[in-house]
Design a protein around this ligand. Structure first.
Ligand code: LMR
Length: 335
């Protein structure tokens, strides 16, 4: 203390200043790493549940080191904006539908091809195959790293008109995600596709801007689409799944031990989401039946065959972009 007093006032203030900087950078170092996880669906859906479980496990196991903030239902960014935000570093994780990556890679369009996967188990097998895993890395040049696939489920067609055969869809306006394949899929049955962000769909259906849509049961029920769609055809014609993604620079810049622990947690969450997704969808389907809001149409085999015949030609239009090897790999698991 005495030696401090003997120093000149300038030296003392310098010393205090240096101490203040040291204290504040210590405080900064102790601040948790914040992961903002933004998505567009309800908490009750497979993705919503996955994001919340990820938050819970991270905050239990990396207490004080990592904090996860989940923003559901397009409350922070709607689709279109969430990937931009990820690239700008405004959010650190998100899980867009596989239909929404067209701007960054054409290969993921394989998941949108109608009637390619016979069910969600085939989708799962493809995602776990070498080709499926390699697609997680297909956007690293764009600073996007795929951390895993989360299921939602197979899509069902809904409309304000009963859809039994492709002819019934003629001239109707269908909302589609931002995917050129899905656009072509509806054109193939002479319907009019309209790209629209998820947050706008309810109003679009309610006001007649669009007459129909395609969604897994969990999205239909949690967004109340069934209240504005009189008919739902159980078509299972395609899949709506997700890629959990992060900003590559953010991810690679994390301390090694933190990245390793986050990877372990995410693997656990992925297993949980993927084992529960089908049950959540069946529960949502049952809730729609119980509500009596919509008539559910089951397709006879010969009706389904007509949809397949009308929509399958879409594949060849995208074969060059996707790569026939990728399509073949997906077909191999569906055999
Ligand atoms: C959609 O836009 O229909 C879906 O991608 C929403 C979602 O994330 O499930």
């Amino acid at each position: 203390m005495l030696s401090l007093l003997r120093r000149s006032p300038r030296k003392i203030s310098l010393l205090l200043c240096t101490t203040a900087i040291a204290v504040s950078s210590f405080a900064q170092a102790a601040d948790p790493i914040v992961i903002k996880f933004s998505h567009v669906v309800a908490d009750s859906t497979p993705k919503g549940q996955g994001a919340l479980l990820f938050k819970k496990l991270v905050e239990e196991r990396l207490k004080g080191k990592v904090e996860v903030q989940v923003y559901a239902n397009s409350s922070l960014y709607g689709d279109g904006k969430e990937m931009e935000a990820l690239l700008l570093g405004d959010v650190q994780m998100t899980a867009p539908s596989l239909a929404k990556f067209g701007q960054y890679t054409k290969k993921l369009q394989v998941f949108d091809l109608p009637f390619l996967f016979k069910d969600i188990h085939a989708v799962d097998q493809f995602q776990q195959s070498d080709t499926g895993k390699s697609l997680l890395k297909s956007m690293e040049n764009n600073n996007i790293t795929g951390l895993g696939y989360w299921h939602n489920g197979m899509k069902q067609l809904s409309a304000n008109k009963a859809l039994h055969v492709p002819r019934d869809a003629r001239g109707l306006k269908f909302r589609v995600q931002s995917s050129d394949v899905l656009d072509e899929q509806f054109k193939a049955v002479r319907a009019n596709p309209r790209k629209m962000s998820f947050a706008e769909v309810y109003q679009g259906l309610q006001t007649g801007v669009v007459n129909g849509a395609e969604n897994p049961w969990s999205n239909i029920y949690s967004q109340k689409f069934n209240e504005v769609q009189k008919y739902i055809t159980e078509s299972n014609h395609g899949v709506l799944d997700y890629m959990v993604i992060t900003n590559t620079n953010f991810w690679n810049g994390l301390p090694n031990d933190i990245r390793t622990q986050l990877t372990v947690i995410l693997t656990e969450v992925t297993e949980h989401v993927n084992s529960e997704a089908d049950a959540l969808n069946q529960k949502a389907k049952q809730a729609i039946i119980d509500s009596g809001s919509s008539e559910i149409i089951e397709l006879k085999p010969e009706e389904r065959a007509q949809w397949v015949k009308a929509m399958k030609p879409v594949w060849s239009k995208f074969e060059d972009d996707i790569g026939s090897d990728v399509i073949q790999a997906a077909l191999n698991v569906s055999k």
